[in-house]
Design a protein around this ligand. Structure first.
Ligand SMILES: [Zn+2]
Ligand SMILES: [Zn+2]
Length: 392
């Protein structure tokens, strides 16, 4: 039996467990860095499958590293399992976790014979937009020695290379001074006005940013009572651009809009975060094509990129991984249109029969891709020759 058939045979014995983990994580959504249940279920399953499991990797309670095999080619598979506030698994990270688990266990069956080491990276808090799991795990050297990395993300339609751009999330805090809003308004410093000025300035800034830039945010605290001049307000914003260089440029302009709010009102401005942004995703095309042919062998199809698909720009900390390790991040279609990621309707789609089929196909396609890499002497040589892992 060849290695891919061996992995598929193993996969058949675990596929019900893989789907049950996808459904369980979906039914118990946990926010970034709080994914205790998901983390325990995944590490227990990997432990049970004979992986060497390191919990609380890099000092993060809900990060883990689980390794199988001792071959010289080291392939990493990233799992994500955080949800979105209020709308649960509206990005389908329950599926990402299940696919990583299934792919790794299936491929582990043949890892040593194929000269492979396989590691599942349990990477928390992908949705936070700054200093997230993969970024902290890269800093903590968890990815050192890995020659190639992969993960599969659900989307409305299949895309080998989604449009994944750089992003930076930060919090804005204004501090003013309380006063009776009617009797002594001249004694107040209005921190809500500061936010209004900043948001107006950002509105005007939109004329002068690139078409590919994005600025969006929410007010997280706007005041406490209409008859008290708001002394404390806060907001959370995301700035995005095609790459880190353009991101740095547009973020400086957005920061100046927040400074304008402080200048106009006299409130004090503090910006927190934004210091560990997400990089754009660099795709390793040869591995991507291997994944594509494996997915096609399972009956999946990749429609041509449409303007709608090109406009669907999102961001991921897998971008940071892809800048130091050859990586792929294909999107797997779950036939959800008109529902799309970050909508509650998409949450509902992430446990449908289409989603379950995607979990099984994505997992096996990744397992087969790992085996294909291991069995391709030129690719294997190219990946292992370059200094592995981090330190770029
Ligand atoms: Zn998302
Ligand atoms: Zn996501």
């Amino acid at each position: 039996m060849d290695a891919k058939a061996g992995a598929q045979e193993k996969f058949r014995t675990i596929q019900q467990d893989i789907l049950s983990i996808s459904h369980r994580i979906h039914a118990h959504p946990e926010l970034g860095f709080e994914e205790e249940k998901a983390c325990a279920w995944l590490t227990d399953a990997l432990d049970g499958a004979g992986f060497r499991v390191q919990r609380a990797s890099c000092g993060l309670d809900t990060a883990f590293v689980a390794t199988s095999g001792k071959g010289p080619l080291h392939i990493g598979i990233c799992a994500e399992y955080d949800c979105l506030p209020g709308i649960g698994h509206a990005c389908g990270h329950n599926m990402i976790a299940a696919m990583a688990l299934g792919a790794a266990i299936a491929a582990s069956k043949v890892a040593d014979d194929a000269g492979l080491t396989l590691t599942v990276f349990g990477t928390p808090a992908e949705e936070v937009g700054n200093a997230s799991g993969k970024i902290l795990m890269l800093e903590g050297k968890a990815f050192d020695g890995v020659h190639a990395a992969m993960m599969v993300h659900p989307a409305p339609v299949e895309m080998l290379e989604g449009h994944l751009i750089a992003a930076s999330m930060f919090e804005v805090h204004y501090t003013g001074k309380e006063a009776h809003a009617s009797a002594f308004p001249e004694m107040g410093i209005n921190a809500a006005d500061a936010l209004t000025v900043a948001q107006t300035a950002i509105g005007l800034l939109r004329q002068h940013i690139r078409q590919t830039d994005r600025v969006h945010g929410i007010v997280t605290h706007g005041g406490d009572a209409p008859n008290v001049v708001p002394a404390r307000t806060s907001a959370r914003y995301l700035v995005r651009a095609e790459n880190l260089e353009e991101l740095t440029d547009v973020r400086a302009k957005v920061y100046r809009c927040f400074e304008a709010g402080a200048t106009a009102t006299g409130a004090k401005l503090e910006i927190r975060g934004g210091d560990k942004p997400y990089a754009d995703v660099k795709y390793e095309q040869e591995i991507g094509l291997l994944y594509k042919s494996n997915a096609e062998a399972l009956g999946r199809t990749f429609p041509p990129m449409t303007p709608m698909m090109q406009r669907m720009a999102a961001s991921t900390d897998m971008g940071n991984v892809s800048h130091v390790i050859p990586s792929i991040h294909p999107m797997i279609g779950i036939n959800s249109l008109p529902a799309a990621n970050h909508q509650p309707e998409f949450t509902a789609h992430c446990v449908t029969p289409d989603a379950d089929k995607a979990v099984l196909d994505g997992a096996l396609a990744m397992a087969w891709t790992a085996i294909d890499i291991a069995q391709n002497p030129a690719l294997r040589e190219r990946l292992t020759r370059r200094s592995p892992g981090l330190s770029a």
